[in-house]
Design a protein around this ligand. Sequence first.
Ligand code: B12
Length: 288
Amino acid sequence: MSEEERYLRIGELARRTGTSPELLRAWEQRYGLLRPSRSDGGFRLYSDQDEARVSRTKALIAQGLSASEAARRALVPGGGSDEEEADVAPTEHLAFELREALDRFDAERADRVLDRMLAALSLETAMQDVLLPYLHLLGDRWATGEVSVGQEHFASSLIRGRLLGLARGWGVGDGPSLLLACPPDEEHDLGLIMFGIAAWRRGWRITYLGQDTPIATIEQAVEVVKPALVVLAIAEGTLIGSHTHELRMLAARVPVAVGGGIRPEELAGLGIRLLEGDPVDAARTLTA
Ligand code: B12
């Protein structure tokens, strides 16, 4: 048997694996998935191992992995087995896929991943096990320069938009009322939105004022809404320092709680309660 008969040309490999020569060339260039040798005439020739890796990649994509992750696993000798697949939680797949899509500014794909996430998981599990880990990793990657400010803004804006979409209707109902806001200079409101969604689903009615809200405005809203509790989100304790007096005055008029990166001692003497844990756990605890 000659070399050319033992090995496959790209068209034959594409036919046998149900792919196309263009896709195989892309996988070869992008992921190094194929390792062809050359015929005497200079043609690329593919082996049984190449065929096995392409088939494995296709199977992993069909299970929901991105092409790059599928190729990465198919390249591990003996790796990517079914047992290994079973060990990988769907939440990790989803967070990984979300990252891939958002890193590339691919809103359409990110929305599809989020749709799949919402179909597969309860909203609370989705927030706790996919979105929170994703956001934490995003922050770490931003801090080391692995993702740009643009990528980080794009990702957090897209997620914020989806969360607010899921929150539609949270202000309607007869349940006790929560007034939610970030104090002045605070823009981190994703945790507050997640908290609002989790609380709403436990029967609370939500009035949401959003990011960077003057305390005087919160007081005006309190007069109208008459909430059972005002919940503020503060990512860093230092913010409290610049508004101590106003916050103490607010807490004298209405019960106030704070969630976020605050330590209990930072709230000493303000009459403000600390909501501990992540936003979903805090909503559970508050309701209990
Ligand atoms: C998205 C994001 C942004 C977005 C926010 C968009 C938005 N609408 O929220 C934008 C781009 C605006 C932003 C800006 C900045 N950011 Co930023 N950001 C993030 C990022 C990546 C995710 C934040 C998030 O939503 N996380 C999800 C929440 C739920 O998780 P969490 O923040 O860890 O909160 C925990 C608890 O605090 C609690 N929690 C949080 N909120 C709430 C609310 C309630 C009610 C409750 C009960 C609990 C709770 O739950 C979490 C526990 O699992 C984080 C990384 C990270 N680790 O989170 C950085 C991060 C918070 N940002 C950081 C920084 C430094 C900044 C900037 C100062 C950057 C800059 N130089 O401009 C500015 C500050 C802007 C401002 N004035 O507020 C730092 C904060 C460091 C610190 N010491 O506090 C982080 C940690 C990144 C990092 N690794 O350095 N940021």
